[in-house]
Design a protein around this ligand. Structure first.
Ligand code: PLP
Length: 388
């Protein structure tokens, strides 16, 4: 029998970065000392008090049973309290918080909750490719919003046509931004609330890097803006803030109608996360946040090593303002895939070609600050020693 996949599966975009992983692995298999700065996987361990809390919770048989649908109320309360203390945002834990199996899942789910064939979803270009997957499955159409250097990598809503605005139902934004490392300012978020309300568009703000702002600048939560909860939700994740990428814990926060749709969809897919993981997440949110401050300081030092080193080589490097990436204009006019291949072949350094994040990513590569300073210094030295 020939198995015929459903149309929604056939519509899924190609996973661009799997080719990059394959190439890097082939160099590792040949025994080269590869410095992999191409991925977004935090390299440092989860702080030990969080791991210890998981250990204790896992020993309690109460956590071995099915957790409540839509998650532990105590975790929702911890999230609401944490948002209040970190961002001065008030959230009703019962109605304005949904617990997710990592942010990625929520970002795919929201398109299934809101979009039909014929609808439009506004997506940043360059942007995180998982937005595309959710929109593709829903059958809606994507309209790209270019993020350009001359606009500080913020979209320009005035470029969208009336036809697009009439059909648009959902919009993704992401600041601090992957891949450009740009941050949003209050005026832009105010303009976004106004634009979304006027055009009936739900805003999905991906705040995955909400903890990682440099030079003493704390990133803004979209929910800090008056009226934001009327038009949108914010996605947060434990992956980056607490180095918990493998634990798969994220949240959606804000507009109660959208939150209830996400919870409804999840009731049909899942029960909820392992209760021990939920308890350890409460520990992370309710304990001292010193570990987060230390992590941000580490990324800032790494940023300075990488960007400072590349500038010494004469590269026109942008200074990352947040996230743990550097978005680097290609210095010699090569296409991004060709340039990334060249760095891998000659310097054994892996970077992510900008085109993988969308058409407007061409001309750039994304470099992760996800290796110790000494390795980043070595990567710069190796790059400096090859002819570009
Ligand atoms: N959003 C952005 C922009 C990301 O870079 C990532 C992870 O790399 C995520 C969301 C998803 O993170 P997670 O699924 O681990 O919560």
């Amino acid at each position: 029998m020939k198995v015929q996949p459903a149309d929604r599966i056939l519509r899924l975009p190609e996973q661009f970065f799997s080719a990059l992983v394959r190439k890097a692995n082939s160099y590792l298999a040949k025994g080269y000392d590869v410095i992999n700065l191409g991925q977004g996987n935090p390299d440092l361990p989860t702080p030990s008090h969080i791991v210890e809390s998981l250990r204790e919770a896992a020993l309690d048989p109460a956590t071995h049973r099915y957790p409540p649908f839509s998650g532990l109320p105590e975790l929702k309360e911890a999230i609401a309290d944490w948002y209040k203390s970190e961002f001065d945002v008030e959230l009703d834990p019962a109605a304005e918080v949904a617990i997710l199996f990592g942010g990625k899942v929520g970002l795919v789910e929201i398109s299934q909750c809101l979009l039909n064939h014929g609808d439009v979803c506004l997506v940043p270009d360059p942007g995180y490719p998982d937005y595309w997957s959710g929109v593709a499955m829903s059958g809606a159409e994507m309209v790209m919003m270019p993020l350009l250097r001359e606009n500080d990598f913020l979209p320009d809503y005035s470029l969208l046509s009336q036809d697009v605005l009439l059909r648009a139902k959902l919009m993704f934004l992401n600041y601090p931004n992957n891949p450009t490392a740009a941050v949003a300012n209050r005026e832009f978020f105010r303009e976004t609330v106004e634009f979304a309300a006027k055009n009936g568009i739900v805003v999905a703000h991906d705040f995955a890097y909400g903890a990682i702002g440099f030079d003493g600048q704390k990133p803004l939560s979209f929910l800090q803006i008056p009226g934001a909860k009327e038009v949108g939700v914010e996605f947060y994740t434990m992956s980056k803030t607490y180095n918990m990428a493998g634990w798969r814990v994220g949240f959606a926060l804000g507009n109660r109608d959208v939150i209830s749709l996400i919870n409804l969809l999840q009731d049909h897919f899942y029960v909820s996360l392992f209760a021990a993981i939920q308890r350890a997440s409460i520990t992370a949110l309710r304990s001292s946040q010193e570990c987060v401050r230390e992590l941000v300081a580490t990324y800032q030092r790494r940023r300075d090593v990488l960007v400072g080193g590349l500038r010494e080589l004469g590269w026109d490097c942008l200074t990352p303002k947040g996230s743990f990436f550097a978005w680097i204009p290609i210095p010699n006019g090569m296409r991004s895939v060709e340039f990334a291949d060249h760095l891998l072949e000659r310097a054994h350094v892996v970077v992510a070609p900008g085109i993988g994040f969308g058409k407007c990513g061409e001309g750039y590569v994304r470099v992760g600050l996800l290796a110790p300073e000494a390795r980043l210094r070595e990567a710069v030295e190796r790059i400096g020693s090859i002819r570009l």
